[in-house]
Design a protein around this ligand. Structure first.
Ligand code: SF4
Ligand code: F3S
Length: 104
């Protein structure tokens, strides 16, 4: 499966949800996750993310985020359409150490 990682936090651009053929994104307040049970590994979401936050689970950058995607995709609501992005999304793009800001 593909995995949403740290740089999505507070960016939440949601371009990814528009292209997913199986609608397997789930949304929290400031972060999105992918359901590993539903993702078909097509890879089309990866280049769509302006924050470059999506990687395959085989990528080292996914390691800390695999369990978080699996867990939160079970409790967060499904999202299939892009909504309004945070007004300060661009300011958070690329900022380090956002993990503690993840709103569950
Ligand atoms: Fe959806 Fe394909 Fe991305 Fe998986 S890899 S989340 S199926 S767009
Ligand atoms: Fe997040 Fe990128 Fe999607 S910032 S909401 S993974 S387009």
């Amino acid at each position: 499966a593909y995995v949403v990682t740290e740089n999505c936090i507070r960016c939440k651009y949601m371009d990814c949800v528009e292209v997913c053929p199986v609608d397997c994104f789930y949304a929290g307040e400031n972060f999105l996750v992918i359901s590993p049970e539903e993702c078909i590994d097509c890879g089309v979401c990866e280049p769509e993310c302006p924050a470059e936050a999506i990687f395959p689970d085989s990528d080292d950058r996914s390691t800390d985020w695999i369990e978080i995607n699996a867990e939160l995709s079970k409790s967060w609501p499904n999202i299939t359409r892009k909504e309004n992005t945070p007004s300060d999304a661009d300011e958070w793009n690329g900022k380090p150490d956002k993990k503690d800001m993840l709103s569950r």
